[in-house]
Every structure is written in structure tokens, then in C-alpha cells.
Design a protein around this ligand. Sequence first.
Ligand code: ATP
Length: 832
Amino acid sequence: MAKKNSTKDTEQSLSLFGKIRAILKNETIHFVVGLILVIFSVYLLLAFSSFFFTGAADQSIIDSGNTQELASVNNGVKNYAGSRGAQLASYLINDCFGISSFFILVFLAVAGLKLMRVRIVRLWKWFIGCSLLLIWFSVFFGFAFVEQYQNSFLYLGGMHGYNISNWLTSQVGVPGVWMILLVTAICFLIYLSARTVVWLRRLFSLSFLKRKQKAEEEEEGKAPEEFTDSWTAKGKKKPVSAPDVVEPDTEEEAFVATPEPAEEPENEITLDLGGITEKEPAKPSHEEVSMIIETPAPEPASSLSDKPAVAEPTFEVETVEEDEYKGPEKEPYNPRLDLENYRFPSIDLMKHYENAEPTIDMAEQNANKDKIINTLRSFGIEISTIKATVGPTVTLYEITPEQGVRISKIRGLEDDIALSLSALGIRIIAPIPGKGTIGIEVPNSNPKIVSGQSIIGSKKFQESTYDLPVALGKTITNEVFMVDLCKMPHMLVAGATGQGKSVGLNAIITSLLYKKHPAELKFVLVDPKKVEFSIYSVIEHHFLAKLPDGEDAIITDVTKVVQTLNSICVEMDTRYDLLKAAHVRNIKEYNEKFINRTLNPEKGHKFMPYIVVVIDEFGDLIMTAGKEVELPIARIAQLARAVGIHMIIATQRPTTNIITGTIKANFPARVAFRVSAMIDSRTILDRPGANQLIGRGDMLFLQGADPVRVQCAFIDTPEVADITKFIAKQQGYPTAFYLPEYVGEDGGSDLGDVDMGRLDPLFEDAARLIVIHQQGSTSLIQRKFAIGYNRAGRIMDQLEKAGIVGPTQGSKAREVLCVDENDLQMRLNNLL
Ligand SMILES: Nc1ncnc2c1ncn2[C@@H]1O[C@H](COP(=O)(O)OP(=O)(O)OP(=O)(O)O)[C@@H](O)[C@H]1O
């Protein structure tokens, strides 16, 4: 019995807690509290301002502390904010922080505006900023105007400033207090803007003196009109329109931490064939030879990392680029404007691995070479040259057989060579496409880790102009292997469990996070395993897209997956309609037009971010939802390329009932990690090969004719966590990117429940919006009024009941039944 009662109590307290939470989350309550805060801050402003003029007169009344007198009607207080205002002003200004108390009301106003959703700000930043300013100015005024405390009713620094500055003076003396004030002010300025550091560096390097000197010299030598600002970069003249500096913590800053490449490396060696052929003597210091080779330009870290610490030369370039955007009549639309202070993750968020430096073990290479030659010789095959290209985990031996040797004979010796080298994962490529040689890939005894840092920080990646650049890893020639997801346009990732799929997906997502602004890219993450993508949930307000009523941005529930995929189909259709209306063929042209303001947002046009749908454990989905997921996936895969929707699906079950013909036909780019059987390799790549990989990120990438062997970049979960944390810390959008609503065939709301007696306050505005746009779309209402899906859905039901829009039509927008605003007005009049 007692137990029952306690359970009941717990339930009650839980439901009470839930109610309190619901009240706290209620938007209207937020608005009202926000409004109260704003009005209160205006009241304080009045009280404070009035205090300067009436404080002296009111002082005796306030100081008397006679509460009865203060409460009476004829209290004689002159402050415009009355006796309470005078008390508050006197307390906050004189007894507390002096005139810096104004920062309190600044914070209250900002907090109020945020609650009202008038401004999107980071409240804690404002809190810290205002608190620091409050304290600093209070101490400053208390210290600088200490004499004024004797003969004025107004204490500029308040008692707080007075006491602290007195104590500080007793501890460090007057010069010491000045220094503390200076240092804290500088620290605060640095906190506000990293630009401060650049100014200070310039100040300390006395460059202004040099400038002055140069100016004087020029004045002496040249006519005054020839004088130019000596702010130059590498001797170039500063462009007139360029601002002084650009904040150094921009995207480019990320490159600075990139490790510098070693001097011109070499990983390709021609081996001595023991008397057969010697093309080039091997290098003497074999152990030290570094690797990046075979390409005229190896993969160095971004050249920007080579720049000196003084960053001026980098800055000019960016400004010039931005200038190019300016249209003749109007400024081009800037999709990044909402989050213009967004900083791209820096490269040092990624781990540096000790075991990542390329080295060549010559003893191993020579031993392998001998074994290959001897094995082939024992089968009567002589070769004329052998060349080794040492990759991060695998070495490719390219052999040229003597005249008359049949290739199929070498191909059949795969197992024998594997046996003689006692190595797994030998793969024979006979012949190497485009070359007259045969390749034998042999795993290295000491495989290297391809770090995310070396890939993301590489020049190739940083300077890539791909629309959706994905850096997967390094090829056998140590080149960074990059693809443009836009061109693929969808990717299938498969491999047995534990072979590096999740790491591969992290590498793909991370590459995109490093290159794309939240305005330009949204992810739809589907994770039936519930653990793989949870790490990305913190960037919901920056990079994730979800259903309007979806609680979690990472989709783990199969029914939600079906809904989401269908919703993406709706988004795809809408985007096609917009493309058609804009007379363009793809998202790129569309966005260009939108940026140049040739598309009217009033007609529903909007900047379209790319949407990348990543589905992990696709096999699980097909097993549970079957055709329900396969159909929308196939539809998206067939059509979505032009509208910027791309899919990456991953499975650890590479069987034909999961990777069906439809899926294969629509996913031309395939990534195969190691699989256990040749048949699985055939299912993924239509050829063997994936069964001969060595695992741990060793993969084959196929797009088109021949697969490329790539060692996937290793981007571990803690690295991803650091990157997502870095992004999440920054200002994001108020919500995730909402996908359009999808109403299934049996969807449709029951209009019997709609209460027309309690119309939503936005009902009329929404009706006008719908009629003006002639588009009965709930997401339009949501977007325009920044309200949730449920509320927008309710308004839509009310509009339907009022006869303004027609019933739902599946994934399409509802029909608008009012032809123009006059018609609407008549209907609204009838309603009232
Ligand atoms: N590119 C890589 N470089 C080095 N090691 C790797 C790489 N990729 C994966 N590994 C190693 O393999 C392990 C398993 O990788 P991962 O979790 O990505 O496998 P998976 O295929 O996703 O497995 P599952 O299907 O069970 O989730 C990692 O913990 C890591 O130790």
C-alpha cells in the first residue's frame, strides 16, 4: 500500500514537473516575460537618467530610509520613476556599481529581446560581457574619481568600485592599479575581437613609427599627392577599398596549425632486380625516406600554413573576393549573413598521430621484391623491371614481365605470392589500366595511420573548389583522395563489421563540415543503431535538418525514417518547382540567381542549402521497412541530384537482398571496405577485390571503370566530438532546418476537432500570406512566422474549415480557394 502511494506521489511529482517544464517552454510565456524585462529595463533607464538630475534633491528622503514616507503619495521624490525608481537608482548606482549599472539594464533588455525572439543572441556571452564591463568600469570610476566621492551625491564607481579600488591601491599602489586596469581592458578587448592582437602586435613592433618615418621620407622626396599608405603586403600597395585588417580567426586560420610537409618526399623506388635490371640506385638513407611522390606536386599541407605569423598578406585576398560579389544596383544576397560570425573549425581540433609520418623500410621492400621475383621465377615467369610505390598501408609493386609471358598466368599466382610473402590482402591488378605493367599490392608490415589532419589540412583539400568536397583518405601514391559528392551524386558504403565504415562516414561528414557554412549545407542523419551519429546532435541548429514535429534531429526510429525520406521527396518536388519557375537547370544556377537577387523571395524563392542524407545501417532499414524505404530512396537517388540532395547509404550486409538492383543502379559511387567473401565484393563493386583488403580503413572506391585503393582517413570519435563542440559553441539558427511536412495517404486531419471560436492570433495574417502566395503550405506559414509545426498545422486546419484552403493533397501544397485579397476579406468578414 505504502509502495503504491509512493509510486503515485512520484507520478504526481513527475507530472507536476512536466507541467512546469511545459510552462517554462511555452513560447507565449517567453514572450510575456521578455516584454516585462524590456519594459523594466526602460523603467530603469528612466530612473537612472533622472537620478543624475534629481538625485541630489531626493538624497535626504532616500537616505532617511523612512519606508512609510516613501510609500506615501506626497513623498516629495522628484525622480521621474517615482520613489521606487529613485530607491533603485540610488541603490544600484551609489551603493553598488556606479554609473556602470547601465550595463545591468543593457543585459535585461537583451535578455528580454531574446525571450521575445526579436533578436537571436548568445545570452551567456552578453551576460559575461556585461558583467565584466560592469565590474571594470565600476573599479575604474571608483579609482579615477575617488576624490569626487567627498563632494557629490553621485558615486561614479559606486561603493563596489570605491572599496575594490581602495583595496587594490593598498596592495599594489596607484601605478599597479592602472596596470591592472590596462591589462584587464586589453584582455577584454581580445575576448571581444581577436583583431586586438593584431593591433597590439603592430603597436609593439612600432610599425606606426616606421610608417611615420616612411611618410616623412616620402614627403621629402615626393609630391604630396603621391603619398600612399605604407600598409603593404609583400611590397604591394594596399587596395583602397580594403579594410585595415580582416579578423585573423577566419577559415584560413585553420591552416596555420597544419604540420609542414617534410622536404620533397619520395616514395617510389625502382628496385634492384639482382642482375636483371637496375633502373636507379636506391636512396642511401632508406629508413628516413619520406613518401609523398609520383605527383609533380605532392600533398603538402595548405600553403597558408607556411605564412609567417604576421598575417596581413593573407587578409587582402579575401576582401578582394568579397568585392567581386557586389552587384551594380543592389548588394548581392549573402546566405551567410544570419551567421556571419560563424568560424570554420580549425585544423588543430584534429589529432596528430605519431605513426602517421611516411617512411620506407628498405629491408622490407628488398625482401618482398626478392620473394616476388623468386616466386614468379619458380613458375617460369621472368620479369624485366620492378618498381615499388609505398603507400600508407600497402605497397604497390609494378612489374613488367618479359616478352611472351601471359598475364592470366600471373593473375593465377595470387595465392602463391601471398603464401611466399606470408601476407594477407595481396591483390593483383593485371594489367594496371593505362600502363603496360602488372601490379601486386602487398600490405606493409608497419601500416601508417592516415590522419584526418593530414587530409583536411592538405593543400588539395583546402584549395579545392568542389561544391561538396569529400576527402576520403590517401591513395597508394600518398595523394589525398578527394571526390565531389555533387558529381557522384550518391554514394554506397559497404563492408563487413569493424572494417572502418563508421570512421569512413565520419571522414565524409567531417570534410563537409570543414568546408561548408551552416547556411549552405544540411545533413539528414539516419542512425538505426542510435549510437553512431548521436555525436552530431549538438550541431542540430547549425547543420541538421529534421521533420517539423521530429523531436530528435538524428533519426533512429524506422517509421520516422520513412516519413523523413518522403518529406525529402516533397522538398525535392518543391525545389524542382522553384527551379522551373526560375528557368534554371540545377541548384547552383538557382542559388547564383538568388544571390544576384534576380529571384523574388515573395514568390517563394529561397536560398537552397545542399542536403546530404546519410543513412547508416541501411540493411537494417530494408529488413524492417522494405519497399517503404527503398522506394523513396530510389526516387531521391534518381532525381535529387539537380536540386542538391545527395545520399550516402552504408551497410554492413552487402547482400543482394539489401543492395538490390535498384539501389545499385542509382548509386554509381561505391566504397567497399573489407568483406569476408568474394561474392560480397561482387555485390558491392561488381568485381572481386574487397575481400582482399586488409581492413582498418583499407578500401576500394569505385566510380566508373576501375576501383582505386584508398586508405581511409582515421577520424576518431573524440576528434569529431571536438569539432562538433567547436561548431555548437557558436551562434546557430533558432531551430534545425525544417523539412516540409509529409502527410501520408491515410493522413489528413479531422476537421471536426477544429474550434473556430478560438482562432489562432496569426490566423488572419496566415490567411493573407497563403492567398498572396497562392500556396497552401504549412511550412510557408512556419517559415514566415517562425512558429512550430503543430501550431502552423492548426492554423492550416482552421484555414481549411474557413474555406480558405482546400483539403490536404498528400505531399502537395493545398489548393488555395480564395483568388485574391478581396475575396479573402469577404470570407473573413463572414467569419466574424
Ligand atoms: N582509417 C582507419 N585507419 C586506422 N584504423 C581504422 C580506420 N578505420 C577503422 N579503423 C579501426 O577499426 C576499428 C573499427 O572501425 P569502425 O568502427 O569504423 O568499423 P565499422 O565498420 O563501422 O564497424 P561496425 O559496422 O561494427 O560499426 C576502429 O576502432 C579503428 O581502430
